[in-house]
Design a protein around this ligand. Structure first.
Ligand SMILES: Cc1cc2nc3c(=O)[nH]c(=O)nc-3n(C[C@H](O)[C@H](O)[C@H](O)COP(=O)(O)OP(=O)(O)OC[C@H]3O[C@@H](n4cnc5c(N)ncnc54)[C@H](O)[C@@H]3O)c2cc1C
Length: 360
């Protein structure tokens, strides 16, 4: 997570891993030569403030303990629609933060804000130890392999300590799909190393001796990025409000989801406090979501979608130009923290060229 989102966690004293978690300060972008397993373009941008990545298994379990210690009532249960209906009847406000969970289907798709009707990448993630450090300014390394997909790494903190987080983003039907068919975690590790050797050899060298951080430190699957209408009417008549992935689900290519989730939680919190004794009715819910959308989620969504459409020439030109223009590289790196920095100009090829020229 980047600094703006980390500030929200700090505001509530939830930054419990600052001493243990590696601090990252750079974004390294490498574009491979099509079909050649060689680097074509590479640059490194420095972020103004450090960022970090913490295994959510570690983070959320600790936060749930704190929630209970502060008097919160934690019930561990798979919530079905009938349960949600009951919950909404007995509470002034019900927020659904179910991520990609099925219950989120109670929110209907917003066609205007959803660009895709199918998954754009097959995802495979591993947390490993034993990877050789890449450089003096550690950070996220984004490798784009034309016609294949992206391979992203970042130092982070997992259950047993420091690790390196590896994410393969495969264009469906292309080589990284091999990771979808692996039978178990050992095979996932082996196939990952084979794919690196073949498509990202400069990263394979660092990964010759990697081991899984633990037997559950892998993930694979795919989903369709989509934006939903933020409220759902329960059978009993009450409305519930969606938060984060339940209503704004982006591909992780730009590392926006957890950042947007924290930022939107911050907005929801402020709106709840401001409401005083007024009811949390549907129009308040819509207004609350629109605040999040305008302030944070729209830019994150559109930036993620632009990166998925890797064929957009002006975006490719921007990323290539950053190799020659260090200040532009820093600007792009910092844009991952707040994607609003890219808008409105990145949506327009002419304006994007103007921005590139302004760095010359
Ligand atoms: C491979 C991958 C890599 C990612 N990398 C990054 C990154 O680098 N940076 C970044 O910012 N974001 C990243 N993300 C996105 C980020 O993980 C999510 O955006 C973020 O976790 C969303 O938070 P959330 O609370 O909405 O949902 P989640 O974190 O998914 O939490 C939802 C919770 O609800 C529970 N749940 C679901 N349904 C039910 C039910 N019916 N009853 C009870 N509980 C239920 C789930 O079990 C889960 O615990 C990545 C995502 C993936 C898949």
């Amino acid at each position: 997570m980047f600094d703006t989102a980390l500030q929200i966690e700090r505001r509530w004293g939830l930054n419990l891993w600052d001493d243990e978690c590696p601090w990252n300060t750079s974004v390294t972008f490498t574009l491979g030569e099509p079909g050649a397993a060689r680097k074509d373009v590479e640059w490194k941008g420095r972020t103004q403030r450090p960022f970090q990545s913490i295994d959510q298994r570690l983070k959320f379990s600790r936060w749930l303990d704190i929630f209970q210690r502060l008097g919160g009532c934690l019930i561990v249960q798979r919530v079905a629609l009938a349960d949600l209906d009951e919950i909404s009847k007995w509470h002034e406000l019900t927020i659904v933060a179910s991520g990609k969970g099925e219950i989120g289907q109670c929110f209907t798709r917003d066609r205007q804000r959803s660009m895709f009707d199918r998954p754009q990448r097959t995802l495979a993630c591993l947390y490993v130890t034993g990877m050789l450090p890449a450089e003096s300014f550690p950070g996220v390394r984004v490798n784009v392999i034309p016609e294949v997909g992206e391979y992203i790494t970042m130092p982070g903190l997992t259950l047993g300590g420091r690790c390196e987080m590896m994410l393969f983003e495969g264009i469906p039907g292309r080589a990284f799909d091999a990771l979808s068919d692996v039978a178990g975690v050992d095979e996932q590790l082996n196939v990952s190393q084979e794919l690196l050797a073949r498509y990202v050899p400069w990263e394979a060298e660092r990964s010759a001796s990697i081991k899984l951080a633990d037997r559950q430190a892998t993930l694979k699957g795919c989903y369709t990025p989509s934006v939903k209408h933020p409220t759902a009417r329960m059978p009993g008549g009450k409305f519930v409000l969606g938060l984060a992935d339940a209503v704004v689900l982006n591909d992780p290519i730009a590392g926006q989801g957890a950042n947007t989730a924290a930022k939107c939680a911050g907005v929801y919190f402020d709106r709840i406090i401001e409401r005083h004794q007024e009811p949390f009715d549907e129009s308040w819910m819509q207004g609350t979501f629109e605040c999040c959308w305008r302030q944070h989620a729209q830019a994150s969504t559109e930036w993620s979608n632009l990166l998925l459409l890797s064929s957009l020439t002006h975006v490719v030109e921007l990323l290539r130009s950053a190799a020659r223009l260090p200040n532009l590289a820093d600007t792009v790196a910092n844009g991952f923290d707040d994607a609003n920095a890219f808008f409105p100009w990145i949506a327009d090829p002419l304006q994007t060229r103007g921005v590139i020229d302004s760095f010359k």
